[in-house]
Design a protein around this ligand. Structure first.
Ligand code: MLT
Length: 403
């Protein structure tokens, strides 16, 4: 008899954003007149920019003619896109070649799948709070030990608390991990890391032989000078860091789906190359991101595309600022929102994250994300996103000011 995978059975509850979505639909069904404002999941609201739409139309037309039709895409990505991405790195002064870039359907899948090329008994270290995909995908792989329902932790996971006290940048762990997940600008706290701090992580990883899985999905939101846009700005990162990038938050591709992972050839363990293994995994399990989507991605990387998408990024950043300033004026304690679309706030009166979620939903018809859904140290916090429309963001904040 077939048995189901016990690692999947171990997973508590449903995926955070599915739980939130279920709660919101139940509320909407019971209160059809409610004027809900959704600032929960980090999904964009602005349409795809004109230069990208033009590229999509052109690529669609090509698919309708025998001379320009394309079948399976190359499994690692079309050279035109991989080269355009490599050129971006060169412009930033980072050494990344096109054959170290693997095009995919987004950073969520890549951040969930990348663990497959590492040993099954690898110890992982994660920030707490953290984007839930990193931990859940390792639970599915059977790497995380036992779950303690009382404190929401896994016995084999090394948790690195990110709190207001440490500026939401983790300290080096006491136990030595094999894999270290870092995400900056951070989801969910909306804060980021300095180049010096990131360099310490790179030095540490090289010292202990760990690999950093660096999620830079929100890099386009960095507004302050001198902050690292890529981990490859740090010396020595090529021998210890894999970087995950996304077109979703920079160019509104949450529905189109496009991302990529950089696996430098210097990451060699036990004589095997991580680059070669990821290529092997990609080739076996993935048939390539659609041609039309890769052409759309190429358009984002043109000067005109960059101008258009960065205008949208600034729009979302204005929303984040509106949330941050409006809530600060109302007496909330808030973090993030300067180099990130996310604002992380302390729940009022020491309410639990889920109690505050319920209160905001029922009293003010606002949807946010409870901090505890991102890990034990997220308890007592709440995340709002700047990805709504400006009008809704203003309305939500004026409702919260009257809470
Ligand atoms: C989030 O809200 O944290 C993100 O939108 C989730 C994602 O990118 O998968």
């Amino acid at each position: 008899m077939a048995e189901l995978n016990e690692n999947f059975i171990k997973l508590p509850g449903s995926y955070l954003f599915s739980t939130v979505a279920k709660k919101v639909s139940a509320y909407q069904e019971a209160h059809p007149q409610a004027d809900l404002i959704r600032l929960g999941i980090g999904d964009v609201t602005k349409p795809i920019v004109p230069v990208v739409i033009e590229a999509l139309h052109k690529a669609v037309d090509e698919m309708g003619h025998a001379e320009t039709f394309r079948g399976y895409a190359p499994d690692l990505g079309y050279p035109f896109l991989r080269e355009a991405i490599a050129a971006e790195y060169t412009r930033r002064g980072c050494e990344v070649s096109s054959d170290e870039i693997f095009v995919s359907d987004g950073a969520k899948s890549d951040s969930a799948n990348i663990q497959e090329i590492f040993a099954p008994d690898s110890r992982i270290a994660v920030c707490d709070p953290v984007y839930p995909v990193y931990v859940d995908s390792n639970v599915m792989a059977g790497r995380t030990g036992d779950y303690d329902a009382a404190d929401g932790t896994w016995s084999r996971v090394i948790y690195m608390p990110c709190t207001a006290e440490n500026g939401f940048v983790p300290e080096l762990p006491k136990e030595t991990p094999d894999l270290i997940y870092l995400c900056f600008p951070n989801n969910p706290t909306g804060t980021t890391i300095t180049k010096e701090q990131l360099q310490q992580w790179v030095d540490y990883a090289n010292r202990v032989g760990a690999v950093i899985l660096y999620d830079a999905a929100y890099e386009a939101y960095i507004t302050e000078e001198g902050l690292p846009h890529s981990i490859y700005e740090c010396e020595g990162a090529r021998s210890c860091a894999i970087e995950l990038k996304s077109f979703s938050k920079k160019a509104g591709f949450t529905g189109l789906r496009l991302g990529y992972t950089v696996v430098p050839k210097e990451i060699v363990r036990g004589g095997a190359s991580a680059n070669a293994l990821w290529a092997r995994r990609h080739g076996t399990k993935y048939n390539g991101t659609p041609y039309i989507i890769q052409r759309a991605g190429e358009a984002v990387l043109t000067p005109e595309g960059d101008r258009e998408v960065m205008e949208q990024v600034r729009y979302y950043l204005r929303n984040a600022r509106t949330i941050r300033d409006g809530l600060t004026a109302a007496g909330y304690t808030v973090y993030g929102g300067v180099n990130s679309p996310y604002v992380w706030l302390k729940t009022p009166d020491h309410m639990s994250s889920w109690d505050f979620f319920d209160l905001l939903l029922s009293e003010k018809n606002i949807v946010g994300t409870p901090g505890s859904g991102f890990g034990p140290h997220g308890e007592g916090y709440f995340r709002l996103t700047g990805f709504g429309t400006y009008e809704n963001t203003e309305r939500a904040i004026s409702r919260m000011q009257k809470l």
